[in-house]
Design a protein around this ligand. Structure first.
Ligand SMILES: Cc1cc2nc3c(=O)[nH]c(=O)nc-3n(C[C@H](O)[C@H](O)[C@H](O)COP(=O)(O)OP(=O)(O)OC[C@H]3O[C@@H](n4cnc5c(N)ncnc54)[C@H](O)[C@@H]3O)c2cc1C
Length: 457
C-alpha cells in the first residue's frame, strides 16, 4: 500500500498509535508519507492561532530531529496531495474533538477521501473508551454521568507503552516539504514541556486538588485539557500515571479521575448523538425562543456586564485563551439564563477563543448550563452571579487581577458594585456607569423571566 499518515492534533512522538500502526504494518507498506495538514484558524483569536502554530512548529522540529520530514500543506490541499502521491490508503485519527472546524473531523475527511478513491483507516488516539461498545446495562447510550462513571471506572487499567523505533520509521518514510505559509523557526519542544508540567502537577498540586480546585483565584488546575486538545500527551499515559500514583492519595486522585471521566462521557455522548453539536439534547427545548440581543451578547464578550466575576472571566479568556471550569459554568449560566441568549452563540464564541477547545466538552458544558443537555442543571437551580463570586473568589483576588479599576475596592463591595455604587464613589472614587458599567440586567428580573420561559414546556 501507499500510505499517507495524517498527523494533525496528534502532536506527540511518544505513545502515538499512528506510528505504532505504521511499524506493525511495515511489511505491507510500499511507500510511506507523513502529512501535516494545517487548520484554517482565521476566525480564531490571535492567542489561539499562535498556540496552534507554536505546537505545529515544535512538533516538526522534534520530528526533524528524528529525521522525519512531513508534507506540510493547508487542509484544503489534502485531496490534491493524495492524488499527486498516488496514495491507496490514509491513516487518520478517528476520535479527535478539538479540531477548529467540523470539516476536519473523521467523518468529513473520510468522505472527502472516498471521492478520491483512497481508503481511509481510522485509528483511536485521543480517548480511552469506544463509543461503539460503551452502553448501559439496558444496552442504551449512557445519559447520566454518575451511572457511566460507576459502571466504567473499574475498566481503567494500565496500558503497555508503544515501542516503535524512529530509526526504522524514518527509513521507510519519504521526505516531504513545507508547502504551507508556516515559518518553521523554533527550537521548542512543547511535548516535552507538557510532560514536565503534567509530572510536576502529579508530584505536588494533585494532592490538594479536591480542596482547592474551586477557588478561582488560585487557578489550581493541571492544564491537561490543552495538552489533550493538541495530542501532546496520550490519554493512556495519563491514566497509567493516575493509576500508579493512586494509592498515595486516593481521595484526590479519585476526584481527578472523575473529571477525566467527564471528558470521556461527553465524547461518547457526542459520538452517539452527533446532532447535539447544534441542537439541544433535550428535544422539548429545541423550540425554545431564545433572545438574540446583540448588545447584551457584546457586553458579555467584552466583559462589560456590570457583574465583576463575569467581566473578569471574559477578559481573562480574551487575553489568555483559558478559563477556569467554575468560571466557564458561571459565565455560561449568565449568558443562557440571565441574558437568555441561545447557548450555541456562547459555544461558538468559546470555540474561537478557548485554546483547549473541545467540541464535545464545550457543547455539553454549554448545554449543561442552559438546562437543555443530558444530565443538565435543572432550570430552577439558576446561579446567582454575586453568590458565585462571593463563594469562589471570596477575597476578590481574581476580580482584581483582571479588572484594574477594582484594584483597591474592598471585599465587601467588590462582588456587587451596582448595589454599592455610593460606597464606591465615596470610598474609592469609582463612578458606576462611567468608570465601570452598571449591571446590564437585574438578577431577580432575569430569574423570573427564565422561570416563566422554561415553565411553558
Ligand atoms: C461551558 C463550558 C465549556 C467548556 N469547554 C471546554 C472545552 O472546550 N474543552 C475542554 O477541554 N473542556 C471544556 N470544559 C470543561 C472544563 O472546564 C475544562 O476541561 C477544564 O477547565 C480544563 O482545565 P484543566 O485541564 O486545567 O482542568 P482540571 O481541573 O485539571 O481537569 C482535568 C481534566 O478533566 C477533564 N474535565 C474537567 N472538567 C470537565 C468537564 N466539566 N467536562 C469535560 N471534561 C472535564 C478535562 O479533560 C481536564 O483536562 C467546559 C466546561 C464548561 C462548563
Amino acid at each position: 500500500m501507499h500510505l499517507g499518515v495524517i498527523l494533525n492534533r496528534v502532536f506527540r512522538t511518544k505513545g502515538n498509535p499512528l506510528f505504532d500502526y505504521v511499524e506493525s504494518h511495515s511489511d505491507v507498506i510500499d511507500k510511506l508519507y507523513f502529512i501535516l495538514p494545517i487548520e484554517d484558524l482565521s476566525d480564531a483569536s490571535e492567542v489561539k492561532q499562535n498556540y496552534y502554530y507554536d505546537v505545529v512548529k515544535s512538533f516538526v522540529h522534534v520530528l526533524e530531529k528524528h529525521n522525519i520530514h512531513p508534507y506540510i500543506i493547508p487542509y484544503q490541499k489534502l485531496g490534491e496531495l493524495g492524488d499527486e502521491l498516488e496514495l491507496s490508503h490514509i491513516l487518520v485519527a478517528k476520535d479527535i474533538m478539538s479540531y477548529h472546524k467540523e470539516s476536519y473531523d473523521f467523518r468529513h475527511v473520510k468522505l472527502a477521501f472516498q471521492k478520491h478513491e483512497i481508503e481511509v483507516i481510522g485509528q483511536r488516539v485521543n480517548h480511552y473508551f469506544h463509543p461503539s461498545t460503551t452502553f448501559n446495562k439496558q444496552k442504551q447510550p449512557y445519559q447520566v454521568f454518575t451511572s457511566f462513571y460507576k459502571e466504567n471506572r473499574g475498566k481503567l487499567s494500565h496500558t503497555p507503552r508503544n515501542n516503535y523505533q524512529f530509526k526504522q520509521l524514518s527509513q521507510y518514510a519519504e521526505k516531504g516539504s513545507n508547502q504551507s505559509e508556516l515559518q518553521l523557526n523554533t527550537n521548542n519542544d512543547m511535548e516535552k514541556s507538557a510532560r514536565k508540567s503534567w509530572t510536576s502537577f502529579l508530584s505536588d498540586d494533585i494532592s490538594n486538588y479536591d480542596k482547592l480546585i474551586e477557588d478561582v483565584s488560585l487557578d489550581f488546575v493541571s492544564g491537561l485539557s490543552t495538552y489533550l486538545a493538541y495530542g501532546l500527551l496520550d490519554i493512556r499515559e495519563v491514566i497509567n500515571d493516575l493509576l500508579e500514583g493512586y494509592e498515595s492519595n486516593e481521595k484526590n486522585y479519585e476526584a481527578y479521575i472523575r473529571e477525566v471521566m467527564f471528558r470521556e462521557f461527553y465524547y461518547i455522548l457526542m459520538t452517539q448523538y452527533p446532532e447535539t453539536a447544534t441542537k439541544s439534547f433535550s428535544k422539548k427545548y429545541r423550540s425554545m425562543q431564545w433572545s438574540y440581543n446583540k448588545s447584551h451578547f457584546k457586553a458579555w464578550q467584552e466583559g462589560e456586564t456590570g457583574y465583576p466575576i463575569i467581566d473578569a472571566a471574559m477578559k481573562k479568556l480574551k487575553h489568555t485563551g483559558y478559563m477556569h471550569n467554575r468560571l466557564r459554568l458561571v459565565v455560561s449560566q449568565f449568558l443562557t439564563k440571565n441574558l437568555f441568549i441561545d447557548w450555541s452563540w456562547g459555544e461558538d464564541y468559546f470555540r474561537k477563543y478557548l485554546i483547549d477547545y473541545d467540541n464535545a466538552s464545550n457543547v455539553h458544558g454549554w448545554q449543561w448550563s442552559a438546562s437543555t443537555g443530558t444530565d443538565a442543571v435543572p432550570y430552577f437551580r439558576m446561579f446567582n452571579p454575586m453568590r458565585q463570586s462571593e463563594r469562589f473568589d471570596a477575597q476578590g483576588h481574581f476580580i482584581r487581577s483582571q479588572l484594574s479599576v477594582m484594584k483597591d475596592v474592598s471585599n465587601k463591595y467588590i462582588h456587587d458594585p451596582t448595589k454599592n455604587k455610593d460606597k464606591l464613589k465615596e470610598n474609592f472614587n469609582i463612578e458606576i456607569g462611567k468608570d465601570y458599567p452598571e449591571k446590564i440586567v437585574d438578577h431577580k428580573e432575569s430569574r423570573d423571566h427564565v422561570m416563566s420561559k422554561f415553565k411553558q414546556f
